[in-house]
Design a protein around this ligand. Structure first.
Ligand code: AMP
Length: 377
């Protein structure tokens, strides 16, 4: 099933958010057709796709019908069930594979995989009962974070323990369900590596991207990351090794913590293009979305060369609190690019779009992107 999918063919996307939208824009620019599948209509991806299918991910007959209409399938939403990925794979290639999806879509499984293969991770233990949690607190140490075993994205399903007595309350907060207890890392920086692996095993990456979060949601990404080169090189090597272990095809993002002594720890893996890679759209020769198209189609990977230092700021629904944002004012800031995802309702915390600023230095790019965002509301 390793045939090359050439322009003119149809690419299927499971999921219909902003990642699918930017994937579809990259695909259509290269002459592909795009079909999207998700429960809902007029979705961010559906608005730019050729065909939008409104069906449930658990409707395997609908998945099979969808698969018959496309030449290759990818996903932009990792909580698609393995059953759905397998049903699609009976008919067309699914890239990345259902196996990679299975491991990375559940936190406990992902952590176990990383630890088993010897990748650097935060100290953690899986817990399935209150008694196990109490015992794990003794071994992992405090402060710690209890995270639901199933993802939780953007920090949802995470609760901090600072004293042993917190155990009971926190166990109730995760809903008495399987979880992992993780030691809190005193990091000096969070960063990510967005990388791509082709059908022939070729590898390309965008270097280390510095990330700042607010209320557990990505707020700002800066490239290149302002960190020691040796630590960035370690992270790239770890990312490549993870992709090889998974026999991965497509774009993947590994999120890391950098500690005071230059060590790196994997926080989590996203089996798809990632929010921290959005700046590649404007700042790099080939964006992460075009790489996803190239990789899943079996084409050569593109150059990841970064043309200028860049910073990306997310636009959450909160930006609309005082009415329509002042787009024209933001666009007066030099070399700022606006991306909006076509989402109807601007709810607080909802990712509605982002701004990317390009400049001669990363510090200037950060200044410009923040100035542009500040002027919006
Ligand atoms: P996650 O959903 O696991 O990526 O967590 C969201 C954010 O919570 C991370 O980007 C960190 O800012 C913070 N966080 C998660 N795990 C830890 C940890 N073990 N130590 C310190 N901060 C953490």
């Amino acid at each position: 099933m390793n045939k090359i999918v050439l322009p003119g063919a149809t690419l299927g996307v499971l999921g219909s958010g902003q990642l699918g939208r930017m994937f579809a824009i990259a695909a259509r620019r290269m002459g592909y057709r795009v079909h999207t599948f998700s429960p809902g209509i007029d979705t961010p991806t559906g608005q730019v796709a050729d065909v939008e299918i409104d069906a449930d991910y658990d409707d395997l007959d609908a998945i099979r019908t969808f698969a018959r209409g496309v030449d290759v399938i990818t996903f932009e939403f990792e909580n698609v069930s393995t059953a759905a990925a397998d049903a699609a794979a009976e008919i067309v290639p699914v890239r990345p594979s259902g196996h990679a999806l299975h491991i990375t879509q559940q936190r406990a499984r992902e952590k176990a995989f990383l630890a088993l293969k010897g990748f650097p991770v935060t100290p953690f233990e899986s817990v399935a009962s209150f008694e196990e949690l109490t015992a794990a607190v003794g071994r992992v140490g405090l402060p710690a974070i209890l995270k639901t075993a199933s993802f939780g994205y953007d920090g949802k399903g995470q609760h901090r323990l600072t004293a042993p007595e917190d155990g009971e309350a926190v166990w109730a907060l995760v809903g008495h369900q399987p979880a992992i207890l993780e030691r809190v890392v005193e990091f000096t920086m969070e960063f990510s590596v967005v990388a791509v692996r082709g059908l022939d095993g070729a590898f390309a990456h965008y270097g280390a991207i510095e990330n700042r979060h607010r209320h557990h949601i990505l707020d700002l990404s800066i490239a290149p990351a302002r960190m020691p080169e040796a630590s960035a090189a370690d992270a790239i090597a770890v990312t490549r090794a993870i992709m090889e272990e998974l026999e991965y095809v497509g774009v993947l993002c590994v999120e890391f913590f950098l500690t005071g002594d230059g060590r790196i720890l994997v926080n989590e893996i996203a089996p798809r293009p990632h929010n921290s890679g959005h700046l590649t759209f404007d700042a790099c020769v080939t964006s992460q979305f075009e790489q996803q198209v190239r990789a899943i189609c079996g084409l050569p990977l593109g150059a990841t060369t970064q043309l200028r230092p860049a910073a990306m700021a997310n636009l959450l629904g909160d930006v609309w609190r005082q009415g329509e944002p002042r787009w024209a004012a933001a666009l007066e800031v030099p070399d700022v690019k606006l991306h909006l995802y076509g989402k109807g309702r601007a709810l607080p915390g909802r990712k509605m779009g982002h701004l990317t600023a390009l400049a001669d230095t990363t510090d200037l790019a950060v200044q410009h992107v923040l100035a542009a965002r500040d002027v919006l509301s």
